[in-house]
Design a protein. Structure first.
Lengths: 290, 267
């Protein structure tokens, strides 16, 4: 079953572009990555899911139901962590979390304390006295305390130290194992690569690629590095090779095409060292944006 | 219910401060009545020397200084200004505060409809305004009991005057609310509420000065002119209905606008 179905979703803010004709599905149990640079439309897409804003065109369904018409009902099972966290400044952390919990049908008290302990959050402090990182922790706890079936994360790690990031990712993985579907928007590709099964790449408001993350890496370019005496770079200038560059005695290039052709070619040369590896998501990403 | 309670908690301080302020205002002004009434003859003569326009602007034109209710009408005008600012503040800030403080994302991503959010917030604001309203009632009667000095007065005009408060408050609450939703992004509530209240107050004063009737039609300071109500022991009904019309239009319009509003994002 698709947890999220997005059909030709379009949003313009007046004349300014938000997103244009975005369509994709997120399946149950997935961790779905949504990557793109700032201003590409990641947050716009998420805000449309939550009906914080309304589409110019198209629609989105969550758990098979229209996200506007059934908004309040659907949000019982959605946990949302915004990229920028703001809460009622005068409240104590515990009061805010209790207020957050009061919106849900189930009793969230136990989970609230578990999560707060895990994230090492001081419940007695006032929101206004918290650092950005600590506010982010409040955001994580309020987003997860009702054990949502769909977790929507919008650049969740900003402001968290590496130790907390790790704890956070562990937590998200556990939630995922428990059965929660995760929609993970980010521009930090390393974390998407570590976490996600599939990714959608969004550029200037349009989704330009939706792929299994492994396929994306496999079907894409190979990064080849050859070291050897007297390597002739002209020898490697054939179809499928790009970004050929020679630094000292080392030759670097990207290759896409029949791998046998590459190995035959490599056999001809006098090579002392060879590395062939998949591109990191970062490199793929850069490739899409160049 | 949870939103209502949350709203009440955040408003409580403000409500108590406003109530205390209005009560103090009533007490202080009423306490000097004794010295005024003793020299009412002299005062009336002095007032007659002022330009008539000035007296109209301050609602003192047709005042009867020798009578406790006449004097109360003047006090009540100041009281109205306070009540109007309070109600306008609550109206302008009702839902916009979530956007100026960026908490809208938190609240609206919870499983609750915007209609319900609005209703809860409206009821909470109304509760707050009613507490202040009741304080005005209590302190009005207290002032008269303390300072009327055995002077005979009928309670009827006073009760009719005090009954007008709720409509007066609702006017500023609902008009403020609908304006806040017509604006793309409210940055601060105070300039808006001050602008609305003093704008409408001046419109009434100005209209009186130049004898322009059409200006008065939209201002509740005219609709609920304390002097008129005290003198006639009745509301100027057609004018009151204009205030009611503003309320009846503003509230559904606010629901309509809020349900369709695109919540601005913090980044």
């Amino acid at each position: 079953m698709s947890v999220i179905e997005v059909n030709h979703l379009t949003k313009y803010y007046g004349k300014a572009r938000g997103i244009v004709d975005v369509s994709f599905n997120v399946e149950e149990g997935e961790i779905f990555g949504f990557i793109g640079p700032n201003g590409a439309g990641k947050s716009t897409t998420i805000r449309l899911f939550l009906s914080l804003i309304y589409p110019t065109n198209g629609d989105a369904k969550i758990f098979g139901k229209d996200c506007i018409q059934y908004g309040p009902e659907l949000r019982q099972d959605i946990g949302y962590l915004p990229s920028e966290v703001f809460y009622y400044e005068g409240m104590k952390v515990l009061d805010l979390l209790k207020y957050s919990a009061s919106f849900y049908k189930k009793d969230c008290t136990q989970r609230l304390h578990e999560l707060a302990d895990l994230m090492e959050l001081d419940l007695k402090r006032k929101i206004e006295d918290l650092s950005y990182g600590n506010k982010k922790k409040v955001g994580i706890v309020q987003g997860l305390l009702h054990q949502p079936k769909l977790i929507v994360l919008d650049e969740p790690t900003a402001g968290l130290d590496p130790l907390m990031q790790q704890k956070f990712f562990k937590l998200i993985r556990e939630e995922n194992k428990r059965g929660a579907t995760v929609f993970f928007s980010s521009h930090i590709l390393g974390e998407v690569q570590r976490m996600c099964n599939r990714v959608a790449i969004i550029k200037e408001g349009r989704v330009i690629e939706i792929q299994d993350i492994r396929t994306l890496q496999k079907d894409n370019y190979k990064k080849v590095r050859i070291t050897g005496d007297g390597i002739d770079d002209s020898h490697y200038q054939f179809e499928g090779v790009s970004k050929l560059e020679k630094v000292d005695g080392t030759l670097n290039f990207f290759y896409k095409g029949d791998i046998n052709r590459l190995t035959r070619l490599l056999g001809d040369g006098n090579i002392s060292d060879l590395t062939i590896e998949d591109l990191t998501l970062e490199e793929i990403f850069m490739h899409y944006y160049e | 219910m949870n939103i209502y309670l949350h709203e009440i908690k955040t408003k409580l301080r403000s409500v108590l401060i406003w109530s205390a302020s209005v009560a103090t205002l009533l007490l202080v002004f009423a306490s000097i009545y004794t010295s005024f009434s003793a020299q009412s003859e002299l005062l009336s003569q002095m007032m007659a020397n002022f330009p008539r326009e000035l007296l109209i602007a301050f609602g003192m034109e047709s005042m009867d200084w020798s009578h406790v209710l006449g004097y109360f009408g003047l006090i009540f005008l100041f009281c109205q200004i306070c009540l109007a600012i309070q109600a306008a503040n609550y109206g302008f800030g009702l839902v916009s505060i979530e956007e100026t403080e960026w908490t809208a994302d938190f609240l609206l991503s919870k499983p609750v409809s915007r209609t319900k959010i609005m209703t809860s917030k409206l009821l909470a604001a109304l509760t707050g305004l009613t507490i202040t309203n009741l304080a005005v009632w209590a302190f009005s009667f207290l002032c008269l009991a303390l300072f009327a000095k055995g002077e005979d007065y009928t309670a009827r005009p006073l009760v009719i005057l005090l009954l007008s408060i709720i409509i007066f408050q609702l006017f500023f609450l609902s008009v403020g609310m609908v304006i806040s939703l017509l604006v793309k992004r409210m940055r601060s509530v105070t300039p808006f509420s001050m602008g609305l209240v003093f704008g409408l107050y001046i419109l009434n004063a100005f209209g009186g000065m130049i004898g322009e009737k059409s200006l008065e039609i939209i201002t509740p300071f005219k609709h609920f002119d304390p002097n008129y109500i005290i003198k006639n022991a009745a509301w100027d009904l057609p004018l009151v209905l204009i205030s009611v019309a503003f309320i009846v239009v503003s509230i559904p319009a606010s629901y309509f606008l809020y349900a369709r509003r695109n919540i601005p994002s913090a980044v």
